[in-house]
Design a protein around this ligand. Structure first.
Ligand code: FES
Ligand code: MG
Length: 579
């Protein structure tokens, strides 16, 4: 960095393990020798941890096994010693009940692996939805220099001459299949064509959103988050991560110098301009809190009102996918387009200020990355609602829903559990109109449990058959970033802990007023008091294990769903014994 700070070899954190002439260090050194290393491998060299979320249960990270070798090559080139450590993979595809249940577990694992090992700096390898916030949250708390290596989006999907987008097209074609318009053979073709390479989902889902946020926050090499996973540029980027982290150690470029209030704000502006996943809200707040940056729902809503959505990437954008976004210039081009809306003095892992890293960036396709004068949507991707149904907030993605829902009033159709709702929506004789407001509760952080992505509630078959594809829906769940529709999510406090959503009944009138950012139910105070007195809290979901701990410590959606005891200072735990 410009301040010219430079660490000496004696000041390396790992020197505490390897330098002293004592019995403990003898043990540490002899164990490196057990692995075939000698003093020339470690003496005076930063030790770089490569936290790798590779797993055969995570197709998005299938290339991480070899990418770790590419990182090591870079570390060696700069004179560091790379060591690869496995980290919880948190695959979005298979983890039940939801990978969100385990984001904080990855954060804890990341922090403690760094804290307990002789690491001077770390490269974090992630990308599939929760891996990015989990790794970043943990590394922020650990405080050693870190760089985030994004997995990169997979290639565009393809079937029968049609482009397919992760998630979004699965929902879309599933509705067509339910309507009887798609047969088994075509369905199999879609199954085989929608995920054609390694890499994370290539719509603007949570993965693409979170890696862009990590880059905008200054934690990735410039442009890194847009490179498709199978592109040879991705390999070169991985190797550069290896080189750069060694330099960052010598420069003592710790994350507290990068993740400042300005960096968090930059990340939020970029998220809005990208058409971000609603999940960004929860993760951004959690990451900011780990960095002791005061940032919340109102900040996001304010930025949402003033930041145009300019990335024309599905599902909020209409036509394109991340591969197109990369060819159009990628995140650097988008950030360049945002001009003074970003704090260009923010420091990044590159050692340069954000403004310098954007020099020369160009948009090569102005339909994919739109100019501010011709946005996809005049406002940002998210809006935060309040009202008597959600006193601590709820979120909606206005750009991904039909404008006719901006002001909507209708009777509630309420379900207490997902299975109950699923059964009802398949009933072709269900008593439901397009004006109804479909409601699912007990789907929040504690109720879900784990805050599952159930929020894009399925449209009742009775309406699908009539040609309807959207209706107003409300839940205390999240939804996949690849989802779309008039879905109000993250209602807080959640119904499971007695939030007002718990008191809503089928037939009550609910009103959304998006321009006024209001969500209310029209039920008299007396009636509400009567219902509250009669409300019985559901039984806890877990009697033991991680779920039990999660239930005791997870915070609500508006607070980022981190554990209450983890939002703490950078740096080592107080009283850490030097043994
Ligand atoms: Fe991994 Fe979507 S399943 S990013
Ligand atoms: Mg997802």
């Amino acid at each position: 960095m410009a301040d010219g700070r430079r660490k000496s070899a004696e000041e390396l954190r790992s020197a505490r393990w390897f330098a002293p002439d004592d019995l403990r260090s003898f043990g540490h050194r002899s164990r490196l020798m057990q692995m075939g290393l000698g003093p020339e491998d470690w003496e005076g060299r930063p030790i770089i941890g490569i936290l790798n979320t590779w797993s055969e249960m995570n197709p998005c990270h299938a290339h991480f096994r070899s990418r770790a070798e590419d990182v090591k090559r870079g570390v060696h080139q700069r004179g560091g010693l790379p060591v690869e450590l496995p980290a919880l993979s948190l695959d979005e595809s298979y983890t039940k009940p939801t990978s969100m249940l385990y984001r904080n577990l990855l954060a804890i694992e990341t922090e403690e692996q760094i804290r307990s090992h002789p690491l001077d700096g770390v490269v974090l390898m992630g990308g599939c939805d929760k891996t990015t916030p989990g790794l970043v949250m943990g590394a922020l708390s650990a405080g050693v220099p870190m760089i985030f290596l994004p997995a990169g989006p997979m290639l565009r999907g393809n079937h029968a001459g049609k482009v397919l987008g992760s998630g979004s097209d699965a929902w879309k074609y599933w509705d067509e299949r339910r309507a009887g318009n798609i047969g088994p053979e075509e369905w199999l073709g879609i199954e085989g064509g929608i995920a054609r390479s390694y890499g994370h989902c290539m719509t603007m889902g949570t993965a693409s959103t979170m890696t862009a946020i990590a880059e905008a926050m200054g934690l990735c090499l410039p442009g890194a988050s847009s490179i498709p996973a199978p592109d040879s540029g991705h390999i070169r980027m991985a190797t550069e991560c290896g080189r750069r982290i060694v330099d960052m150690v010598w420069e003592d470029l710790t994350p507290d110098r990068i993740v400042t209030p300005a960096a968090v704000r930059n990340a939020a502006v970029v998220a809005m301009a990208m058409g971000c996943s609603t999940n960004a809200v929860v993760h951004l707040i959690a990451m900011a809190r780990r960095a002791r940056v005061d940032f919340g729902l109102d900040d996001l809503d304010a930025l949402g009102r003033t930041t145009p959505l300019i990335a024309n990437v599905r599902p909020a954008g209409k036509d394109y996918l991340m591969e197109d976004f990369y060819y159009a210039g990628g995140l650097r081009a988008l950030m360049h387009e945002l001009g003074d809306r970003l704090d260009r003095d923010a420091v990044t892992v590159s050692g340069k200020r954000l403004g310098e890293t954007l020099e020369g960036a160009k948009v090569y396709n102005s339909d994919v990355i739109r100019p501010l004068s011709n946005p996809v949507y005049h406002e940002g991707s998210l809006a935060v609602l309040r009202g008597n149904l959600c006193p601590d907030g709820a979120v909606i993605k206005p750009a991904a829903c039909d404008p006719r829902f901006e002001r909507h009033e209708g009777p509630a159709l309420v379900f207490d559990s997902y299975p109950e709702m699923k059964k009802a929506v398949e009933d072709e004789n269900l008593d439901v109109t397009p004006d109804h407001v479909l409601v699912l509760r007990n789907a929040g952080p504690l109720g879900g449990p784990g805050f599952p992505e159930w929020g894009m509630l399925p449209i009742p078959k009775a309406l699908i058959k009539q040609g309807h594809r959207d209706m107003l829906r409300i839940s205390d769940a999240r939804m996949s970033g690849t989802s779309y529709g008039a879905c109000i999510l993250h209602v807080a406090p959640e119904s499971f802990v007695g939030g007002p959503l718990a008191l809503l009944q089928t037939g009550d009138i609910v009103r959304l007023d998006l321009p006024a950012r209001r969500l209310d139910m029209f039920v008299g105070e007396e009636e509400l008091a009567r219902r509250r007195a009669a409300w019985v809290q559901p039984q806890p979901r877990y009697g033991r294990g991680y779920g039990w701990m999660f239930s005791r410590h997870v915070t609500q959606a508006n607070e980022g769903c981190d554990f209450d005891y983890l939002a703490a200072e950078f740096g080592p735990a107080a009283g850490e014994p030097d043994i």
